[in-house]
Design a protein around this ligand. Structure first.
Ligand SMILES: C[S@@+](CC[C@H](N)C(=O)[O-])C[C@H]1O[C@@H](n2cnc3c(N)ncnc32)[C@H](O)[C@@H]1O
Length: 311
């Protein structure tokens, strides 16, 4: 039964060629027509139901342990994502889900468009890093470095560095996160990819960046993916301005933010995952206010994430 559910689910997912990546990363995921049926018939009614439950629980000071049986009740993966919403572990589950684990209900929820989009974003980031550092190496640039801000377990960065090493390109990554467990996981992942000597970890809150600014070198790439989603535009601008100082003169700032989308009510209410959603225009404004005059956007095919390369 789980296999049938999983196969049926996969057959609903259209794929599109992703640029220059390997194995599982060779295709983007693009959910087709069933998405709208799922949204109308399942996600929005569940969202409404959970919103009502939350309202009454709040009114009578009751604790709501399970938002709904159909999501965090029956699906262990969804429950774990809900309990870790916004931290590295939730992304770890979403990134690595299609490796043969979970029930068909897990498959169902981890196949929703936002989950596909997060995996697409990782593919875009990884392929960009491989391409960019390969080009820098061809131009004989030395001591290639990247700073990953709010790195989590830095899966995209570490996988890219692993592939680059096999091609003879050495990159050192500075992984900056406030969560020691994320950095521990990054070390384990780096070991698995044979690049543990290429990472340096900095455990600190971004709000305390001034404390560690001097210890960090100027980098070829500063990557900030999955962090702006938790900051309003004013604080996002202040933060980017500070991290911009860590770019070399010819360096690039790789930064992403989540777009408004129809699943946001479901994420907020049912998965307890609160984020700040921005249009491309709002995102561009943040980048301009942070002092970037030139930026290009990389395509995430579902349009749920904006990914910019700013200079
Ligand atoms: C959604 S994860 C993104 C992980 C990774 N960048 C990726 O895209 O896979 C967000 C990460 O930001 C970190 N984070 C959130 N707020 C932070 C803060 N104020 N200072 C440092 N790290 C923070 C969390 O610990 C978490 O690992």
């Amino acid at each position: 039964m789980p296999q049938i559910g999983s196969l049926a689910l996969r057959s609903f997912i259209q794929t599109k060629e992703a640029p220059e990546v390997n194995s599982d990363d060779s295709k983007f995921e693009v959910w087709s027509w069933p998405y709208f049926v799922v949204l109308l018939l399942v996600m929005w009614p569940l969202t409404l139901w959970v919103a009502m439950k939350k309202f009454f629980c709040h009114l009578f000071c009751l604790e709501l342990k399970v938002n709904t049986y159909w999501v965090d009740g029956v699906s262990q993966a969804s429950r774990e994502i809900k309990e870790n919403a916004g931290n590295w572990r939730s992304l770890d589950i979403i990134y690595n889900f299609y490796h043969g684990r979970g029930t068909w209900v897990d498959n169902f929820w981890i196949g929703i468009r936002n989950a596909q989009a997060v995996r697409n974003r990782k593919r875009v980031v990884k392929s960009f890093l491989i391409k960019h550092f390969s080009e820098l190496a061809m131009r004989c640039e030395k001591n290639l470095t990247i700073l990953s801000v709010a790195s989590g377990s830095a899966q995209a960065v570490i996988e890219a560095i692993g592939i680059l090493r096999k091609r003879g390109v050495e990159v050192t990554a500075y992984l900056y996160d406030r969560d020691e467990t994320a950095l521990e996981n990054a070390r384990t992942l780096a070991k698995k990819h044979g690049v543990e000597d290429a990472i340096r970890c900095v455990c600190e809150d971004v709000c305390n960046i001034r404390k560690v600014l001097r210890k960090l070198p100027k980098c070829h790439v500063v990557e900030m993916v999955g962090l702006l989603d938790y900051f309003k535009s004013d604080s996002a601008t202040k933060m980017i301005k500070i991290f911009k100082q860590l770019l070399r003169e010819e360096g690039v700032f790789l930064v992403a933010t989540i777009n408004h989308n129809l699943e946001c009510f479901f994420l907020r209410t049912v998965v307890n995952w609160k984020m700040v959603y921005r249009s491309r225009r709002e995102f561009s404004k943040v980048l301009r206010n942070s002092g970037f005059s030139k930026f290009d956007f990389l395509e995430e095919p579902l349009g749920i994430h904006h990914i910019a390369v700013a200079r």
